[in-house]
Design a protein around this ligand. Structure first.
Ligand SMILES: Nc1ncnc2c1ncn2[C@@H]1O[C@H](COP(=O)(O)OP(=O)(O)O)[C@@H](O)[C@H]1O
Ligand SMILES: [Mg+2]
Length: 354
């Protein structure tokens, strides 16, 4: 049910996330029932992106076919004024998989069962053909250019402007040069806009997947609910590898490591580029959640079963894109790591496709 006015709440019970553009809260209605409300923070802090995204998320939930309704929280209401937002059912018994992974709640067999089920539902059911006009390639190119601009303007990244770079032992060109090579020497951008184009989740990673906190049931790992569809950049259709690449960037542990600074950077000290590199500190205690349990191989197997072998060049381009997007909005060691990842991934994408 979608309304055009925001339903009145009786109380805010808890803040779930105070995001950059929006706020997610558990609210209580006059009749005592609880819901989750996600709303834009309005003009000052939102910018156009946050508002469009919330509209797109509500629309996404509203458009789900009957057999997908159990895969997401139920959309209860959505509105435009005073700022876009929507209400959905509150999955009280659930936590996100990021928390379950860190709590080491699953053994490997359960993690495999979860991934296989996720693949069935995402690749087998959610990924239906789409002929939406939104072109992923334009967004990828724009994001890479913005990252190149950020690198240019950042004192701690100037060594990445050298003409000859070596990153983790791979000879690399600077980002700006490789953006030109990408557009003039490869067909990769056209390839990500070509078939198959499907409806994506858009932000598929462990923190956007909910599961019951505890269960003695054998089917516990399959009781999943997806939240937060549509990527920050508004992507909800495109090449199916988009969802796999995003999932693996987190499920492999690399993204959590970069976020928490469990990554060693080498060669970035002076203005002159020596051998550059980044190495994840896999021995850090925080990383055990991802080294003791493999959170990704079964999902990749499921992808291969549905779509055939992974196109490594497109995959590397998507890795470059995700890293470039984070170059724009992080700082310090995390930004350095993301920048090195973006450069080395784009170099690989080009090498694999020429
Ligand atoms: N319907 C829901 N039921 C229970 N918890 C939820 C629900 N929606 C969101 N959450 C919790 O709130 C967090 C933030 O919500 P999310 O929609 O992912 O916001 P953001 O866009 O800021 O990432 C989630 O990681 C999850 O833990
Ligand atoms: Mg989220």
């Amino acid at each position: 049910m979608v309304t055009s006015t925001r339903p009145n709440l009786a109380a805010v019970d808890a803040l779930l996330r105070d995001g950059y553009w929006d706020r997610t809260e558990i609210i209580r209605m006059v009749d005592g029932s609880q819901r989750v409300r996600k709303q834009s923070k309005g003009h000052q802090s939102a910018g156009p992106w946050g508002m469009d995204n919330l509209r797109a998320e509500a629309q996404y939930l509203q458009d789900l076919e009957p057999h997908l309704l159990d895969l997401f929280p139920r959309l209860i209401a959505s509105w435009e004024q005073p700022a876009p937002g929507y209400d959905m059912s509150y999955k009280k018994e659930c936590v996100d998989l990021g928390q379950l992974a860190r709590a080491k709640a699953f053994n490997q067999q359960q993690a495999n069962q979860f991934q296989t089920h996720l693949g069935k539902r995402v690749f087998g059911q959610l990924h239906t053909p789409s002929n939406a006009t939104c072109k992923l390639s334009a967004n990828v190119l724009d994001t890479l250019k913005k990252a190149a601009y950020t690198i240019n303007a950042s004192a701690d990244l100037t060594c990445l402007l050298e003409n000859k770079l070596s990153i983790n032992s791979l000879d690399c060109f600077p980002l700006a040069t490789n953006i030109t090579r990408l557009t003039t020497q490869t067909h990769l951008l056209q390839a990500i806009d070509s078939q198959p184009q499907v409806r994506l989740h858009g932000d598929l990673f462990l923190e956007n997947i909910l599961l019951p906190k505890f269960s003695s049931l054998k089917q516990w790992p399959t009781q999943l609910v997806l939240i937060d569809p549509v990527s920050v950049a508004g992507i909800s259709t495109g090449h199916p590898l988009f969802d796999l690449a995003k999932y693996e960037s987190y499920g492999s542990g690399e993204l959590p490591a970069m976020r928490r600074g469990h990554v060693q950077i080498s060669g970035m000290g002076g203005g002159y580029a020596q051998d550059l590199g980044f190495t994840i500190d896999w021995h850090n205690k925080d990383m055990q959640a991802y080294t003791e349990i493999n959170w990704h191989s079964c999902l990749r197997q499921s992808y291969v079963n549905h779509y055939g072998p992974v196109d490594e060049a497109i995959y590397a381009l998507l890795e470059a894109y995700f890293a470039a997007a984070m170059v724009i909005c992080t700082e310090g060691v995390e930004r350095q790591a993301r920048a090195l990842k973006a450069l080395v991934s784009l170099e690989r994408a080009i090498l694999l496709s020429v």
